[in-house]
Design a protein. Structure first.
Lengths: 374, 183
């Protein structure tokens, strides 16, 4: 099996690859909740029962064709920082990372499939793809699920579907979610009505790290809430349709911002770049929000020589556990803020930065006063 | 907190550990007197309340999953089940709960393929014999037994109580079941 260092050294498949609507949709994820008959759910089981299930199931999971030569680790073998790195990479959930004995995670070589054992359910099978591509993410987990089902006795009821610890996951056990970058909808203050509308049709909107987290960096997660009464393809089709609508709104808002408020937009992006490029202390929150502006600038061709994937990698690298992993020790928040700034300055060296002049010079008299003041 | 027997505010709380499971009984002044709760006899109380005979006495009393020992009040408290068998144990009232959470109360998505049903010897040791789910639904899975009459009664009630949304859903549920039932 793969070592932790090898797994983390390489960017995940979904970080490099660009998918449909990558300018707005960061990732598409689908996860299936599955349980075995004859064992209590992890939240209500004794440690020895969890260990028994783990010892039985883990070899089976590791031998799946998709997971072979992947990474597999018992949680008792993982440090707090390593677990947190997996959380930051969206390979395991925060809830799962908080557990220890009787829990494990198996990740494929490309970091596009992860299987958590003894999370809230016995299995959480997750697929992650770049851009808007829930169908492809579902196909992957569906295949893994079918293989697993052939070897382990799933808890399934003909009427209720896959039986899960929480009734909110009952039926398909499927949660499909997309991570969206919506800076223009936030800047133009259209985000709240959009979120409200999405909520009304039964989808959930959350922040960067799921339930109860803040929408830092203008990043939003949208996912289905209903899992019973609809087939998987229907659920996915509905979300994709909604997301396409949100993407259109965001793209329109970006175009309009550039058209009507180019100076303001350039100012925001320029300030973001300047701070990121020269600051020596950066908090997570500040960095995420500024990188969001820089990403917007890159997408609108307002920042020269700036590859979107560089920013997306930075969004990961600057997070607390990633910083501590590269420092190979625990860091105080102050140390992290300083290391975060060091890393960001270094990474942004290769970028030309936002141009000094507006691309459209049609109205040079548009901002005369500021020029004359000098 | 409400009394476990009536709707009054509970003022007497009893917590006991029985077979490693914590059980809590909450009672109001009147009920605690009626049940003869005193300092001396209090210890046996939870047991008396949780005994099967008592459970049949009152609908609001504790239902326990035979398989894992999870109780209805634990379900109410944490909103999660103890084991897969709990869904059978707590079937009553489940539909109402699911209706608020989901698009429907009936699974229509993926099903384990018939070939994948594990041989019985693969099943782990288990205390219960009440595994309800069919291990291998046939290619065209048989509809689970549904009490159409029960649905009709629910429909009548919904109409009477002017819950028209529920009524419409029940009506279509009954309709969807009938052609299959008549086959």
């Amino acid at each position: 099996m793969m070592r932790f260092a090898t797994l983390i050294k390489n960017p995940a498949d979904w970080m490099k690859g660009a998918g449909p609507h990558s300018d707005v949709v960061m990732t598409s994820r689908v996860r299936l909740a599955r349980n075995l008959r004859g064992y209590p759910f992890p939240g209500f089981s004794q440690e020895r029962q969890r260990i028994e299930l783990l010892e039985r199931a883990r070899p089976v999971v590791e031998e799946l064709p998709e997971m072979r030569d992947g990474y597999s680790e018992d949680y008792t073998e993982l440090t707090k920082i390593r677990k947190q790195v997996l959380v930051e990479r969206h390979l395991v959930s925060r809830e799962h990372a908080a557990r220890s004995s009787g829990c494990a995670v198996v990740v494929d070589r490309k970091q596009s499939i992860s299987i958590m054992i003894n999370e809230e359910d016995h299995f959480r099978i997750q697929g992650i793809r770049p851009g808007l591509n829930l169908t492809s993410a579902f196909e992957v987990v569906d295949r893994v699920d079918t293989e697993l089902e052939a070897m382990l006795p799933y808890a399934f009821d003909p009427k209720l579907g896959y039986l899960t610890a929480c009734p909110t996951n009952l039926g398909t056990g499927m949660r499909a979610s997309v991570m969206l970058h919506l800076p223009a909808l936030v800047l133009t203050e259209q985000i709240n009505p959009v979120i409200k509308a999405i909520g009304k049709i039964g989808l959930a909107v959350r922040g960067l790290y799921g339930e109860g987290t803040e929408a830092l960096g203008n990043l939003f997660q949208i996912s289905n809430q209903h899992t019973l009464g609809e087939a998987e393809p229907e659920i996915i089709a509905q979300i994709e349709k909604v997301i396409e609508g949100v993407v259109r709104s965001e793209v329109t808002a970006r175009a309009k911002l550039k058209e009507d408020h180019e100076t303001m937009l350039r100012d925001q992006i320029g300030r973001a770049f300047a701070i990121l490029r020269y600051a020596h202390i950066l908090t997570s929150k500040e960095a995420l929000n500024l990188l969001s502006m820089l990403r917007l600038g890159a997408d609108l061709d307002l920042v020269g020589n700036c590859d979107r994937s560089l920013i997306d990698m930075l969004l990961l690298e600057i997070q607390p556990a990633h910083l501590q992993l590269s420092a190979a020790r625990e860091l105080s928040p102050e140390e992290r803020d300083s290391m975060r700034a060091d890393l960001t300055r270094a990474r942004l060296q290769s970028i030309d930065g936002p141009g000094s002049f507006p691309t459209s010079q049609s109205n040079p008299g548009g901002t005369p006063s500021t020029q004359n003041d000098e | 907190m409400k009394c476990d027997v009536c709707e009054n505010e509970a003022t007497v709380f009893l917590t006991q550990i029985i077979n490693g499971q914590m059980t809590t009984v909450n009672l109001c002044e009147t009920c605690s007197k009626a049940k003869g709760v005193t300092e001396e006899t209090g210890f046996g109380l939870a047991e008396a309340f949780l005994s099967p005979s008592h459970r049949t006495e009152s609908d609001s009393m504790e239902i326990v999953c035979d398989s894992c020992g999870f109780t209805a009040s634990q379900l109410k408290k944490i909103g999660r089940m103890g084991c897969p068998e709990c869904y059978a144990a707590f079937r009553d009232g489940l539909d109402g709960l699911l209706r608020n959470m989901h698009k429907g109360t009936r699974h229509v998505g993926k099903r384990p393929s018939s070939t994948s049903a594990p041989p019985p010897q693969m099943l782990p040791r288990q205390r219960t014999t009440t595994v309800k789910e069919a291990p291998s639904p046939a290619p065209a899975p048989p509809m689970p037994p549904v009490d159409v009459a029960k649905l009709r009664a629910e429909l009548d009630l919904a109409v009477k109580e002017e819950r028209y949304e529920d009524a419409a859903r029940l009506k279509s549920e009954i309709e969807s079941l009938q052609p299959k039932a008549s086959k």
